[in-house]
Design a protein around this ligand. Structure first.
Ligand code: GLY
Length: 565
């Protein structure tokens, strides 16, 4: 299977050199790749590693690690993520699950007060909110099993960025402002990212020497460089000192998982997306299955939007009812993903009227919020590709750094249900399947996806918490209309997630006339900021032409480049 690639690893460079030497230039093939990420330096890190002879998986390690340094609000060594991988030579797809886990001392009522009420602050800010990180283990696994270069080579750009520093942008400042009051509560993180408690100016150099040291430990010792020894001790000491419950055992036993992605068909397209413990792929396919029965091409634009909203309502409802870490709970995935089930759900949708979420079943009202996470996509001319969505849950995670490590601890514990009726920081409600248990992975919305037709294939995804699957859905529907990455990242966004029973739309996401028409159908609407930061790449299979685009709402960079041989 996929993992056997590592057997060729040490010899591949030599072998390629040998083939080129004996046959001269005749074997020289133009090699090109496309990368789109949320930060120019991360995209650059990917190309740097490709130019050293790395493959797309080495580039994925380089981009992930670079993002951890240059976009610390969105992902990091204290976080986790899902790396969706495709290898063309044997046509295999796999999802590498580097999702965080609940600490072994965690329990279902850990965020409840004496009255049984959820204390939201405990799962959002501070050490008790921190999940056991998966990102470092995933980077080591990805490099060792799929890469051609050493881990140290792939981590080199990130180490350089951390040591030498980089100039912060406006987006970084904006997210710092959002979490400033929380960051000010711990000296270590305040000293790292703020200047005497205040926001640094744009273009201020941010150096992260301790993070560079931690990355070097990983480069030298692999997984043990983070999950055992000096770094692990510092992490656990810091967490415990700040009132958290990590133990050395939590880190030592962390393992990444290889999962079979969810795969579905929408018209002539194959969609491959995130498996549980991400809800993203399941609810994305469920919504697409519903829409396929409704035929969006046959209706006007407003009705199409109404049908998309109604399909999202039903798919998110099932998220709340059924989805959780299926290593711990039984999830009826086969049913949820079946066309027949979608047909049944679609039969309750009327073109002339919305259905209140309460008519599906009752949950308490909830709020929306937050900005987080990151995504990158890579593809080469052979079609080898990676779509990866990585998460620090709220900007700058739990708002604390483990002393001496530079690692921002992540409040991913908030993605669990703190109690059956409570909503999380994204307003998502859920049921028993996503209650906290020791060692369990919290349910995610991250939806790194591949979309494939006869003539082209794309890799895409975005941050945006609970709104991730609806953004990916809108991009896939745009792909279905024949559009490429540039259009997909610009699609105007609207969203429904069952509860709260409201259609969110980004500023300019719906026309005035559309808003009035949707209100007439019974929807409640609310304008939101311009959310999401989609990164999309595409290969035209017939011509070999690559394209890439980075969301204009962010400060990312997408590029197609020839790779030096
Ligand atoms: N932390 C956001 C998610 O995993 O969905």
């Amino acid at each position: 299977m996929f993992g056997s690639l590592d057997k060729f690893k040490s010899s591949s460079g030599l072998l390629l050199f040998f083939v080129i030497s004996i046959t001269g230039c005749s074997t020289h093939k133009v090699r090109e790749a496309a990368i789109a990420s949320a930060h120019p330096l991360a995209t650059q890190a990917g190309f740097e590693v490709l130019n050293k002879g790395g493959n797309v998986y080495d580039a994925a390690v380089a981009v992930s690690a670079a993002l951890a340094v240059v976009e610390p609000s969105g992902s990091g060594l204290g976080g986790g993520g899902f790396w969706l991988l495709h290898r063309e030579s044997d046509n295999t797809n796999i999802m590498l699950d580097g999702r965080e886990k609940a600490p072994l001392a965690a329990h279902k009522n850990m965020y409840l007060d004496k009255q049984g009420q959820v204390n939201k602050l405990l799962s959002l800010n501070g050490a008790l909110a921190a999940g056991i990180p998966g990102m470092p283990a995933a980077l080591v696994y990805l490099s060792k099993n799929y890469g051609q270069l050493s881990l140290a080579e792939s981590l080199a750009p990130a180490i350089r960025y951390a040591e030498q520093g980089f100039k912060i942008g406006e987006r970084h400042r904006k997210l710092l402002r959002f979490r400033q009051s929380v960051l000010k509560q711990q000296d270590t993180i305040a000293k790292l990212f703020l200047i005497e408690g205040e926001l640094p100016e744009k273009d201020t150099l941010l150096q992260q020497k301790s993070l560079a040291k931690t990355l070097k430990q990983i480069a030298a010792k692999g997984k043990a460089g983070f999950y055992q020894g000096e770094v692990a001790e510092k992490l656990v000491n810091s967490v415990q000192k700040l009132g958290g419950i990590w133990q050395l055992e939590d880190l030592k036993e962390y393992q990444v998982k290889r999962r079979q992605p969810v795969v579905g068909q929408y018209k002539d397209m194959q969609i491959t997306s995130a498996a549980l413990p991400s809800a993203g792929g399941t609810l994305l396919l469920e919504a697409l299955n519903i829409l396929e029965t409704l035929d969006l091409d046959a209706v006007d634009d407003i009705t199409a939007k109404h049908l998309i909203i109604e399909s999202l309502r039903r798919a998110y409802h099932d998220r709340a009812l059924y989805l959780g870490d299926d290593d711990f709970v039984d999830v009826p995935s086969k049913r949820l993903l079946s066309k027949q089930y979608a047909y049944g759900l679609a039969s309750s949708i009327r073109a002339d009227k919305s259905l209140a979420s309460d008519a599906l079943s009752g949950y308490s009202k909830a709020k929306q919020g937050g900005r987080n996470t990151t995504h990158f996509s890579i593809i080469d001319q052979q079609g080898n590709r990676v779509a990866a969505t990585l998460s620090i849950n709220f900007p700058f995670g739990a708002g604390i750094v483990a002393e001496g490590t530079g690692v921002v601890l992540n409040n991913e514990m908030d993605d669990f249900q703190a109690s059956e009726n409570a909503a999380n920081g994204y307003g998502l409600v859920g049921g028993k399947a996503n209650l906290i248990a020791p060692g369990k992975r919290m349910l995610s919305s991250m939806s790194p996806s591949f979309v494939e037709q006869q003539e082209r294939v794309a890799a895409l995804g975005t941050p945006g918490g609970s709104r991730i699957p609806s953004m990916v859905l809108l991009a896939i529907l745009d792909f279905a209309k024949g559009q490429g990455p540039k259009s997909q990242v610009q699609v105007k966004r609207f969203h429904h997630q069952y509860k709260p029973d409201v259609v969110l739309y980004e500023k300019g996401g719906l026309e005035e006339a559309e808003i009035r028409a949707l209100e007439k159908l019974g929807h409640q609407l609310k304008q939101y900021y311009n959310y999401g930061n989609m990164q999309a790449v595409q290969l035209d299979k017939a011509t070999g032409v690559l394209s890439a685009a980075s969301d204009p709402r962010g400060e990312g960079f997408a590029s197609v480049q020839k790779i030096s041989q």
